[in-house]
Design a protein around this ligand. Structure first.
Ligand SMILES: Cc1cc2nc3c(=O)[nH]c(=O)nc-3n(C[C@H](O)[C@H](O)[C@H](O)COP(=O)(O)OP(=O)(O)OC[C@H]3O[C@@H](n4cnc5c(N)ncnc54)[C@H](O)[C@@H]3O)c2cc1C
Length: 402
């Protein structure tokens, strides 16, 4: 199938990267991008970091300049949600009743925050994924003195750090014994516990929120053991769910994301998936991998653009994952992909500067460092290398090992 026009659903990072990849390779056909939000693609990482520290500006932090967006010559269909993909007649149904035909299609609908049923629709309770979420949250915390963050994952930790910057009292409620227990495990989580307690965050660990006190507006969250934590504002940081429901009757298989081959191709001819919503096969890891990181979304858009124009190109979506997280004045960098059963090695316990690596069968599978971004090139090089020779990871190795 050669490309006459390409339609992208989802006007964010992965969708933009797809459009840019197509133009970069000389595609001069029609590119149409449909997006539920009213905004041109903007950057999400600042929403839990600088934007929350300072309060939002008039518009989101756009990913490109006005000129760069114009140069792309994309037909933007914004403020419209796709509600169905009809594989038979190759059309999309939108929430305003309109129907769009498509030729080649890329699904880049990302993910949305997981919610907590007992707190649904209660005033003062927020999630954080979009610019509109951020504006609502920033408006509310402007008058808040006490905020409860439910969930000690990356978003929860970043929100806590930004709110502490504003002098707000913050409590994090987390069911596991440490912050970031799920993604990074207990040994590293303990360091995060220290980092946040040292900055005055109250940690309520091993606890879950079961309800709230207040009428239309939250006054306190109620824990499963009956304890109450006063809260002017509550922020839920409970992870994200891929936006696949609209594909339900499309013939495209979804299971914790859109199932696709290594190049993003789904079961419907000419329909691909990229970014946070995609769960592609990976020859690198020998299984399906759904990644929710900025760099992956960007690289996957570029990779699928290659395949759309030349199916023989077979651009693989999954590369070695990388993400960063900024908390207080410290940047945490992670590279690779570890399994929970991998053995973790940690070095450095003073303050916020430390590094860790995971090891399986004597080989380094992933590495994370806090407080030393210059370690990143050496961390990348250590992946797949024997622990014996590459642990601890040293900056000088970046030049020594080639
Ligand atoms: C607050 C925050 C902080 C983050 N910080 C970091 C960080 O520090 N480091 C890092 O590596 N990553 C970070 N991330 C993750 C990173 O931003 C995501 O991996 C990236 O945005 C994924 O891009 P995407 O285009 O795949 O999906 P998304 O950015 O989720 O975009 C999907 C778009 O599709 C739209 N959409 C959904 N359904 C439909 C539909 N049916 N019809 C039309 N449009 C639809 C959505 O409204 C959205 O605009 C952060 C994310 C958030 C929310």
């Amino acid at each position: 199938m050669t490309a006459a026009s390409v339609t992208v659903v989802g006007a964010s990072l992965a969708g933009l990267a797809t459009a840019e990849g197509l133009r970069r390779q000389g595609f001069d056909g029609v590119i149409r991008v449909v997006g539920e939000e009213p905004w041109l693609p903007y950057d999400r990482p600042p929403l839990s970091k600088d934007v929350l520290k300072t309060g939002p500006a008039e518009h989101p932090p756009y990913l490109r300049s006005e000129q760069a967006f114009a140069d792309l010559q994309v037909e933007w269909v914004l403020g419209r949600r796709c509600i169905a993909l009809n594989a038979g007649d190759r059309t999309l149904s939108l929430d305003d009743g309109s129907v769009l035909p498509f030729h080649l299609l890329v699904v880049a609908t990302g993910a949305r925050p997981r919610r907590l049923a007992p707190l649904d629709g209660v005033g003062g309770v927020h999630v954080l994924r979009s610019w509109d979420d951020d504006v609502a949250l920033a408006g509310d915390v402007a008058h808040a003195s006490t905020v409860v963050v439910v969930g000690g994952g990356f978003i929860g930790c970043e929100v806590a750090s930004s709110l502490r910057h504003r002098g707000i009292d913050v409590t994090i409620v987390e069911p596991f014994p440490t912050l970031l227990f799920g993604p990074l495990g207990a040994e590293i989580g303990e360091r995060l516990n220290r980092m946040h307690s040292d900055r005055g965050v109250q940690l309520v660990l091993g606890a879950t929120v079961s309800g709230y006190r207040g009428g239309n507006r939250v006054e306190a969250v109620v824990l499963e053991d009956g304890r109450e934590l006063a809260a002017d504002v509550v922020v839920l940081g409970l992870g994200a769910v891929p936006n696949t429901e609209w594909l339900q009757d499309s013939g495209i298989a979804c299971d914790n994301g859109v199932l696709c081959d290594a190049t993003g191709r789904t079961e419907v001819d000419g329909v691909y998936a990229v970014g946070d919503v995609a769960r592609p096969e990976s020859s690198l890891y020998g299984r399906r991998v759904r990644v929710e990181h900025w760099t992956s979304a960007s690289m996957q858009g570029a990779a699928v653009a290659m395949t759309l124009l030349d199916p023989q190109a077979r651009g693989e979506l999954v590369r070695v994952p990388y993400f960063w997280s900024d908390q207080y004045d410290t940047r945490l960098n992670y590279v690779g992909l570890h399994e929970r059963t991998d053995r973790v090695l940690v070095r450095g316990s003073d303050g916020d500067a430390w590094q860790a690596a995971w090891e399986r069968d004597g080989v380094i599978t992933a590495a994370v460092a806090s407080g030393d971004p210059r370690l990143l090139p050496a961390m990348r090089k250590a992946l797949g290398q024997p622990v014996e020779t590459h642990w601890p990871i040293e900056r000088s190795r970046a030049t020594r090992v080639s």
